[in-house]
Design a protein around this ligand. Structure first.
Ligand code: AMP
Length: 286
């Protein structure tokens, strides 16, 4: 079956087939990271729906909504190559009616870390994701670990609002030199890109340590060495479910997350670590 392009809600209803449906929400400018999500979706469902929607609600007034890359024709080719069944590409006016009043609040968790730098961002993300769930009615939805706080908040929303969708997290796809793929990478000049490499380098340096203070210090040292090419926004070591900083005695999974600007382009990256109770003292470092 050829790919169906649904440009509004009515098209989407017509495109609905029976069986299990998997949704991959995106903002387009698709790359290998998005493709990996589509493959996970394909393996999980009879019908794969990819939404391509640059959501105005999740951009702040001084952010890059108007200059966010839009490459719809190339995106369709990628979706076709990945065996996607339906691309949902609505207009903003179709998603947000002028009379609308009600939206999703991401709570306290939406105001920390990435949310502290981007007020209102996660409310905008959760509102559009819940609307996409209601419109597409998927059984499964796939999101990248690259946006770890977004993934954690979507899991929170699904639990808190009893949304009947299974959430699948997908590993981050990287360039051979470590740079996490992002639609915004196309804005990077050659020298910005050099600076941007410090993000993944810092995460690797942190991941080689065992104790929270040393993890943070090792990552911070790499970021410090990359100034002034890189303007660091935050470096945190947090609980993956709550995004609150972990204590020195914490054991269990943790996320080391970083945000920084290379030139005018804001980039985020993270890595998941497992901190174990047995560490401590110099002897545990080998
Ligand atoms: P975006 O189009 O940037 O909103 O991203 C759409 C989805 O792709 C989100 O679930 C992202 O977390 C995911 N994604 C973005 N970059 C990557 C990557 N490098 N590897 C895996 N997933 C990614």
């Amino acid at each position: 079956m050829d790919l169906i392009v649904a440009r509004n809600r009515e098209d989407l209803v017509k495109a609905r087939a029976g069986g299990e449906v998997a949704l991959v929400p995106t903002m387009g400018a698709l790359h290998e990271g998005h493709r990996s999500l589509m493959r996970l979706a394909r393996a999980r469902a009879d019908q794969v729906v990819v939404s391509i929607f640059v959501n105005p609600l999740q951009f702040g007034p001084n952010e890059d909504f108007s200059r966010y890359p839009r490459t719809f024709d190339a995106d369709l080719e990628i979706c076709r190559a990945e065996g996607v069944d339906v691309v949902f590409h609505p207009a903003a006016e179709d998603i947000y009616r002028p009379e609308r009043q009600v939206s999703v609040s991401s709570g306290e968790m939406g105001t920390i870390v990435e949310g502290a730098s981007r007020p209102g961002h996660f409310d905008g993300v959760l509102t559009v994701v819940l609307k996409l769930f209601n419109l597409v009615q998927p059984h499964v939805a796939v999101f990248g670990q690259k946006d770890a706080q977004q993934l954690a908040l979507i899991r929170r929303m699904v639990a808190d609002l009893d949304v009947p969708v299974e959430i699948v997290g997908a590993p981050t796809v990287r360039e051979p030199d470590g740079l996490a793929l992002s639609s915004r990478n196309r804005y990077l000049s050659a020298s910005d890109r050099q600076g941007a490499l410090a993000l993944s380098r810092a995460l690797r340096a942190g991941a080689a340590e065992a104790a929270p203070s040393r993890i943070r210090a090792a990552a911070q040292a790499v970021l410090d060495a990359a100034q002034p090419e890189l303007a660091v926004d935050y470096l945190v070591l947090v609980d993956p479910a709550t995004f609150t900083e972990v204590s020195e005695s914490y054991a269990g999974p943790a996320i080391l997350a970083v945000a920084a600007k290379a030139g005018n382009t804001r980039l985020i990256d993270n890595v998941t670590l497992t901190l174990n109770r047995a560490r401590g003292g110099l002897s545990s470092e080998s």
